[in-house]
Design a protein around this ligand. Sequence first.
Ligand SMILES: NC(=O)c1ccc[n+]([C@@H]2O[C@H](COP(=O)([O-])OP(=O)(O)OC[C@H]3O[C@@H](n4cnc5c(N)ncnc54)[C@H](OP(=O)(O)O)[C@@H]3O)[C@@H](O)[C@H]2O)c1
Length: 149
Amino acid sequence: MQWSNETNSLLSFPTGGMALVVGATGGIGAALLGQLRQSNRFAKTIGLSRHAEPRLDITSATSIESAARSVVGCALPLRIVIVTTGLLHGEDLLPEKSWRELDALKLARSFAVNTIGPAVLMKTFFAFVAPGREISVCSAIRTGGEHRG
Ligand SMILES: NC(=O)c1ccc[n+]([C@@H]2O[C@H](COP(=O)([O-])OP(=O)(O)OC[C@H]3O[C@@H](n4cnc5c(N)ncnc54)[C@H](OP(=O)(O)O)[C@@H]3O)[C@@H](O)[C@H]2O)c1
């Protein structure tokens, strides 16, 4: 995966600072983390998921808060957060092909990972961003924007 020329706005980031990818063990997350590292634009790049350190489970507000404290505790300014977590297939989970396959518990699980988790993650990280400092946020599900702490 390569940043296209159009999206090669990494150059607009001041050098130094931190970049964070949440969902870094996935296909998209691992590729983007690799690109961020290669860009040499950031002093530190961090990849989080349930299988990374610090561990982050996006369905747990406590886990998100503890990961946010750990990341922000690094003292470098956090410049960009890319969220590439997602759940489409699971042990007993497949994308529904018919209304007959809709199941309340599976829908709740899917919403917890795909919708509520990223929203709580953003809220939590924004709360740690110093007032007046900008942070770029992008999601694999929907492109984000610039936010000011
Ligand atoms: N692939 C595509 O073509 C495509 C296109 C557009 C959009 N998307 C969306 O982009 C997202 C990522 O796609 P992908 O292909 O990279 O998926 P993937 O390879 O399945 O990766 C999913 C990532 O989400 C993490 N994750 C899952 N549940 C989590 C949880 N409870 N807490 C924290 N992390 C969790 C996984 O890490 P751990 O298992 O280590 O926790 C993994 O890093 C998905 O939502 C997908 O629908 C994909």
